[in-house]
Design a protein around this ligand. Structure first.
Ligand code: SAM
Ligand code: SF4
Length: 339
């Protein structure tokens, strides 16, 4: 499962191909809709009710669905949430997932608050790559954005992850005009001193966040950090995902731009998502979901579940609604879908 062993794994044929011939080999699994934070861009208006526990997939159910996906050709899985590290038993689950075999990449996205206390178990479970969200280097602003006073914990987690050899460590920054735009150069400078991949993400108008501010898009972000030095493009390799990658001269790390709005990557999208409630989403920003939990709990066999998955995948929308309609807001909740 580790990067080193990737070469010797014989990957199953990818059966997950949609009608536009896109090959879907990357599954993002949200293991919970719960979170210890309330980031202003993710779930500002916390009126959204939490899923009842029985509606959330049990770990053994997630493992079964994951195994079916792997047999259909998924080779990369990212665990996300909500905050995955708030769910009890997460490290044992990660070990179980790693033990399924067949993956070239298994990683998690976390807000980092509980990372320090779980990091050894996470590493023992076979995780080598981490995405940690950090939108500011300012303690007070961190509280304003996330609702909790936890900058130091997150920073300590990041430093510990670095010491323990996680590689790469990707730092996810949602660019927020009027909130953290003044810090974009400082956040970008992290890639000079540390081998971090600092990734600026365009805010997506989804779910309960409903922020009303002028969008800060990748070209403008790039412009704002250009005072630091020349940004040289870095060639994308497979599994890089949609980030457009760059590096400052002599930098230890990289800069990436995730541009769902300014330059959507729909035509080459290889992603599928399993929500915490057991729905398959073939497009993050589409409202179409396919229930897998119901059939699974009704006793469907693996091959019957695989048929449902294949059919949903075949019908994956060609592009997301923000592209198709130039629409405003998309319903759903990022914390349940997993970003
Ligand atoms: N709680 C974990 C975290 O924050 O890293 C994992 C779940 S979070 C939903 C996954 C990613 O989605 C985070 O990097 C977060 O910054 C990003 N995200 C959440 N809401 C977003 C939005 N409206 N637009 C763009 N990115 C968003
Ligand atoms: Fe929680 Fe992550 Fe959403 Fe922030 S972005 S509220 S940490 S799920």
């Amino acid at each position: 499962m580790t990067q080193g062993r990737a070469n010797i794994i014989k990957l199953p044929e990818i059966k997950l191909v949609d009608q536009y011939k896109r090959r879907l080999n990357y599954l993002r699994i949200s293991v919970t809709d719960r979170c210890n934070m309330k980031c202003m861009y993710c779930m500002t208006h916390q009126k959204t009710s939490k899923l009842p526990c029985r509606e959330i997939l049990r770990y053994e159910e997630v493992l079964r669905i994951a195994r079916i996906f792997i047999n259909l050709g998924v080779s990369k899985i990212r665990i996300t949430g909500g905050e995955p590290l708030v769910r009890k038993g997460i490290c044992e689950f990660l070990s179980g997932l790693s033990g399924l075999g067949g993956l070239t990449d298994l990683s998690i996205t976390t807000n980092g608050v509980f990372l320090k206390e779980k990091i050894k178990q996470i590493q023992s479970a076979g995780i080598r790559r981490l995405n940690i969200s950090l939108d500011t280097l300012d303690k007070d602003k961190f509280k304003k954005i996330s609702g909790i006073d936890a900058f130091s914990q997150v920073w300590e987690s990041i430093m510990l992850a670095l010491d323990m050899g996680f590689d790469p460590i990707k730092i996810n920054v949602v660019a927020l005009n009027g909130i953290n735009d003044d810090e974009l150069p400082d956040l970008a400078r992290l890639s000079l001193s540390y081998p971090f991949h600092v990734r600026f993400i365009e805010y997506m108008p989804i779910g309960t966040s409903r922020m009303t501010f002028r969008q800060l898009l990748a070209p403008e972000i790039q412009d704002r950090i250009s005072s630091i030095g020349r940004l040289d493009p870095v060639e994308n390799i497979s599994f890089d995902g949609p980030a457009k990658r760059f590096r400052f001269e002599n930098a230890k790390g990289e800069i990436g731009f995730i541009r769902p709005i300014s330059e959507h990557f729909c035509s080459s999208c290889n992603r599928l998502r399993l929500t915490a409630s057991g729905n398959l989403k073939t497009c993050l920003l589409s409202e179409i979901e396919t229930d897998l939990k119901g059939p699974l709990r009704k006793g469907y066999s693996d091959s019957e579940l695989a048929d449902i998955i294949l059919k949903a995948v075949y019908n994956k929308p060609f592009e997301h609604p923000l592209v198709a309609n130039h629409a405003g807001m998309i319903s759903g909740c990022m914390s349940a879908i997993g970003g």
